[in-house]
Write a protein that binds this ligand. Structure first.
Ligand code: GLY
Length: 337
C-alpha cells in the first residue's frame, strides 16, 4: 500500500458539500485541508494522545484547547454550556471554527456546539476511533443525551471537512477496533454483500482496514446524499440500533456502542442472516448475547426518538446486502427478546 496516497470522498448535501480526506500520517497536514488561519477551538478528550492535539494545534494560527472526560456521560448540557461560555469568553466570532479530535462522543458534542454557537460556525472533524471514522463523523448528526435518552437533543449540521488519519487507529485497543467494525458490518449486512464477505473472509484486518474504511465511507456517502434528514432510506443506518441503544443504557454501559448494536442486529435478521452475522461477530470477539431486562428496555424504547404513534421504524435484513423498513410496536419488539 502506498502510504502517501490520499483519498478524497466528496459528500454533497443540500445544506453543505464537503470532503472526507483519508490517508496515513496526515494529521500534520491538517492546515492543507482545514482553514486553521483563525481562532480555532480544538475539542478533545483526556484520553486522546497529546501528540495528536499538539500536531493540530501547531498548525493553527490561534488555537485553544478544551478537554472533556472520555465517555458517553460527557454528551450533556453541562458541557455544552461550558464550551459555549468558553467560546464567548474568548471572543470567538462567526468566522472562527471548532475542530474535534476524538471518537463519537467528542464529535457529536462538538458538532452540536458548532451548530448552535452564533447559529453555526465551521466544524471540522478528525475522528480517531474506527467507529467515528466510518459512521458518526459522516452525515451531520450532532447531539447530546438527555434524561438517559441517547442523542435525544441535537441537530443535523454537516461538517466543513472531515480528516481521517488511519494511523490514529494504531493507538486503539483490539476491543475498540472491533467495536467500530460493527458499524461497518451493519452497513455491509444491509447494503453490500461483497463488503460483508470481505470482513468475514479477511485474514488480516489491519492490512485491509483502509480499503474497508473507504468502502464504508462511500456507502455512507450514498445514503446521506439520498436522504440527509433521515426521512426514509437513511433509517437503514439504524439497523441494530433500536435494541442496541437500549442494551447500552440498560446494562449501564457494560457494552460499548458497537458491541450493543451487534447484539441488536441479531434480533432483526432472518435465521440465515442471523447465523452469518453471528459468525462474523464471534470472529471479532464481539458479544452475541447479553442479559436483558425487558422492563428497562421497554421504558427506554418508549422514549426512542424514532418512535411515532407507538411504532418504531425498524430495519430488517432477510438477505445479506438487502434490507426492509418495518413499522413495529414497542410491545412486539420486546416480544422478539
Ligand atoms: N449513525 C447513523 C447515521 O448517521 O444516520
Amino acid at each position: 500500500m502506498n502510504n502517501k496516497k490520499i483519498t478524497k470522498i466528496f459528500i454533497k448535501t443540500k445544506a453543505k458539500n464537503y470532503n472526507v480526506i483519508i490517508g496515513e500520517n496526515i494529521l500534520k497536514n491538517v492546515n492543507k485541508y482545514f482553514n486553521c488561519n483563525r481562532n480555532v477551538l480544538i475539542i478533545t478528550d483526556k484520553n486522546i494522545p497529546q501528540i495528536y492535539i499538539d500536531v493540530v494545534k501547531n498548525k493553527c494560527k490561534n488555537p485553544y484547547i478544551y478537554k472533556i472526560k472520555q465517555g458517553e456521560d460527557s454528551k450533556n448540557f453541562f458541557n455544552v454550556k461550558k464550551i459555549l461560555k468558553f467560546l464567548l469568553k474568548n471572543n470567538f466570532s462567526r468566522k472562527d471554527a471548532i475542530i474535534a479530535i476524538g471518537g463519537g462522543v467528542v464529535g457529536d458534542l462538538s458538532a452540536f456546539v458548532a451548530s448552535i454557537y452564533m447559529r453555526g460556525i465551521d466544524f471540522f472533524n478528525i475522528p480517531t476511533s474506527l467507529l467515528a471514522q466510518v459512521d458518526s463523523s459522516i452525515g451531520g448528526k450532532t447531539g447530546i443525551d438527555f434524561y438517559n435518552v441517547k442523542n435525544v437533543v441535537g441537530s443535523f449540521y454537516q461538517p466543513t471537512a472531515v480528516l481521517i488519519d488511519i494511523s490514529t487507529l494504531n493507538t486503539l485497543t483490539d476491543r475498540h477496533i472491533n467495536n467500530g467494525l460493527v458499524e461497518i458490518i451493519k452497513i455491509a449486512a444491509t447494503c453490500d454483500k461483497k463488503l460483508f464477505d470481505r470482513i468475514k473472509g479477511t485474514k488480516n484486518l489491519k492490512r485491509d482496514i483502509r480499503s474497508i474504511i473507504e468502502r464504508a465511507v462511500v456507502l455512507k456517502k450514498k445514503i446521506v446524499e439520498s436522504d440527509t434528514l433521515e426521512k426514509n432510506t437513511r433509517k437503514v443506518l439504524n439497523f441494530g440500533h433500536t435494541i442496541g441503544h437500549a442494551i447500552e443504557e440498560s446494562c449501564n454501559r457494560k457494552y460499548l456502542h458497537g458491541e450493543s448494536v451487534g447484539i441488536g442486529m441479531l434480533y432483526f435478521s432472518s435465521k440465515i442472516v442471523r447465523d452469518e452475522i453471528k459468525k462474523v461477530l464471534i470472529k471479532y470477539n464481539l458479544p452475541v448475547s447479553c442479559k436483558i431486562n425487558k422492563n428497562k428496555i421497554y421504558e427506554l424504547l418508549m422514549h426512542d426518538k424514532k418512535m411515532s404513534s407507538n411504532n418504531i421504524d425498524t430495519i430488517y435484513v432477510n438477505e445479506i446486502g438487502k434490507f426492509k423498513i418495518k413499522k413495529m410496536q414497542v410491545k412486539k419488539i420486546i416480544n422478539l427478546m
